[in-house]
Write a protein that binds this ligand. Sequence first.
Ligand code: G1P
Length: 912
Amino acid sequence: MQREKAKNKGWKFIGESGDFTLERPEETSYLYFPLANEAGMLSAITPVLHGDIKSGHNTFFMPPVSVEDLHNSRASRNFWVYMEGKGAWSAAGNSAKQTASRFGGKEEASVMEAGFLWHKVVRENRSFGLKAEIVSFVPAEAEQAELMQVTITNIGDRAATITPTAAVPVYGRSADDLRDHRHVTSLLHRIYVSKHGIEVQPTLSFDERGHRANRTAYGVFGAEGEGNAPAGFFPVLEEYIGEGGALDWPEAVVTNAPPQERAGSEREGYEAVGAIRFAAAELQPGESKRYTIAMVIADGRIETERLACEYLSASRFDELLAQTKRHWQRKVGAVSFHSGDRQHDLWMKWVTLQPILRRLYGCSFLPHHDYGRGGRGWRDLWQDCLALLIMEPAEVRHLLFNNFAGVRIDGSNATIIGANPGEFVADRNNIPRVWMDHGAWPLVTTLFYLHQSGDLEFLLQEQSFFQDIYVRRCKEKDPALGADGENKLRTEDGAVYRGTILEHLLVQNVVPFFHVGEHNNMKLEGADWNDGLDLAPDKGESVAFTALYASNLSELAKLLRKMKERMGVMQVELAEEIGVLLDTISGSVDYGSVSAKRELLERYYDACPGKVKGRKTAFDIGRVAEDLEQKANWLKEHIRRNEWIRSGEGYEWFNGYYDNDGARVEGDRGNGVRMTLTGQVFAVMGGTASAEQVRKVTASVDRYLKDPEIGYRLNTRFGGIQQNLGRAFGFAFGHKENGAMFSHMTVMYANALYKRGFVREGYAVLDSIYRLSADFERSRIYPGIPEYINEKGRGMYHYLTGSASWLLLTAVTEVYGVKGALGDLTLEPKLVREQFDKNGEAAIDTLFAGKKLRIVYRNPRGLDYGEYRIGSVSYSNARFPAETGGPSCVIDRGLISGLPDEGTHTIEVMLS
Ligand code: G1P
């Protein structure tokens, strides 16, 4: 380890499994690392073991932390060593003394190392002659537990007498209590001391659910070596720190006071701490001792004996750690990339992990994500499924099917999502918003599913609709609805109404077609993808998402034709009320007339006011397809013709929005150009933009949004707070949804460019995101993609972001070009020259049709994208029957599903 304060060069990957190491990690603020498992343990840990531990909003083990707490409060996990003749040392680097000597101190060296999903910090102190290695993880496939093992080694040349104390503050209640009766709720605490540790079980819980008897218990337990019980405990926080003391300079440790409590004692009504005193020990030079600590959340009193056997020994710790590493390696290993840049490939492993983390944490529970109560939004639910379709495809059909139960008959959807698949909760208290983009994402994800699987039958499966008290896209309430608490749409005679998945998709995508503002684009309603565009509910329009709905309508039309062709489906049955929306069949509406569209929508709302008749009408499938196609074409033409704008300098792009005064948002304003990336992405992705327009869009993006420091910004500087558009503009420029490099939209921009064959341009975008994220000197985050890069270049809101799903999707289906075409396997590589390794090879490991495939592209002549064609495709040294000679080839699904279940099957593709 380097002792000098070396210029921080950032993390480095070690080995081939994604493990990385970082010197002096505590010299970077705001770093945090996730530790979690499927059982619901959710931890965050920093290089000095700060962070928190919880299993939900109402069950925080340690006090909830936001990023600023990471350096302001010292209420964190700690491990102290009192050394005779020397005094107190925090093996975690978390003492007032160590913080004070951080700038210029040369006494200590530290290095962190981490992998999937474990965290280690090694710290040496020359003056104490001690080295501490602290490993933390949450055992996979186990209960709600976090384990920590501390190995203390004498690196001096004399025997040392040490007295260790582990200390973890136990908050043990709801996050709400942080500033809602923090003290009063500590009076509920009952603290039980047992042989290995302490347990807190509050008598009642005071939170959003009211005052209720509480069962949840929180415990900290420890043992030395193979299970030696501690010497005693200091369970009451104020007694542990002492009058005038602090968690980073506790009296009990600093004065080496004898332990206050032993097994069997009980305390009541105080803030608690799992302060565990181990027996004093003499360490000879080179000698080590290991201490294992378990932090557990349980439903009911903790079975302390079982817990000690399960966790509290050095050998058991090693076993569980190895098992946890294997578990996550297996999960992340479902996809992997091999290119000319090994660093990038390893970085992608962390991106691959991120969608799993978002499934576990929701959008809450890491230090930047100090909001929400653990649930996920509707949009995020669907984006996360994109990644799951790549990594855990077998489970996704069920998930998608259940998610459709959240769709209302007016095309809007439930926004409070329950813990179990298909569980949607009525919003009884607020006037809920409708995010106008919500209806578009289910088709994006379902299309991907249908292409990967070929399972067109899915569209004909019947599912219920959601119905709470809200009707007319949340503009009105009918308290009589949803009164039974079931929140399902019913027919007039009270039966639960069920319609096909196709019917759900139709209302989601067709209703917005008629729900337009005065410029005949879809209304912005509560906001769109950009949650911060929330101040234009009356006259605001989102041209950006009108373009996505337009391509969705085209895709739906294509699907219907495929159903006819492949399944012989001639008619689709829809609730008779829906007929009015298919106006080219049931009547005729002038699409150019805003009032005619609105009037039609009113008729539809009147026909199904939170219930339907229950009668179905059969429509000719071809005519429905035609109706949708006409709508799609009209929209695309409308946007191309009316929303294509030009700056004074002659750059051209799409206007993405109208504000609440009905005024066009983008363009040259005299005081600067206003442009959004969102306004371009979906017009490019879904084919609204012609190839010529895509070219012009890229030039405008490069001119107005590309910043040499922070990459592709979400928007230019609008100036002023835009009270007629959205709160996002209240944020300082260059932050979050106001002009930061917002990864999700930037990745979708890259995806759109690849889709349209603008591969060099798409590659430049992805490469920029990677470089910004992986440049530790500036981004100051561990490997992975952050939600955004701020104006300083810092990576923010790391780990929990929809951009990870989209990056994975784009890498697999566009860059490596491995994707389904209604069940068959298409290979259409869009790799540029420098993505091949020195042997001219690039490869991807991924799942398709239930088989593990390794697709190897060979490019011996070092050709660039556009110069190569598919030369031959072979498997096991034999030619695979696939049409070659073009930029892509299709392999019959039967050939893949016929391969043995076991092992990885290598398909070699020669590019020529
Ligand atoms: C977050 C939200 C996402 C929203 C976006 C822009 O992005 O989770 O739903 O669309 O902000 O407001 P993410 O963190 O997923 O990158």
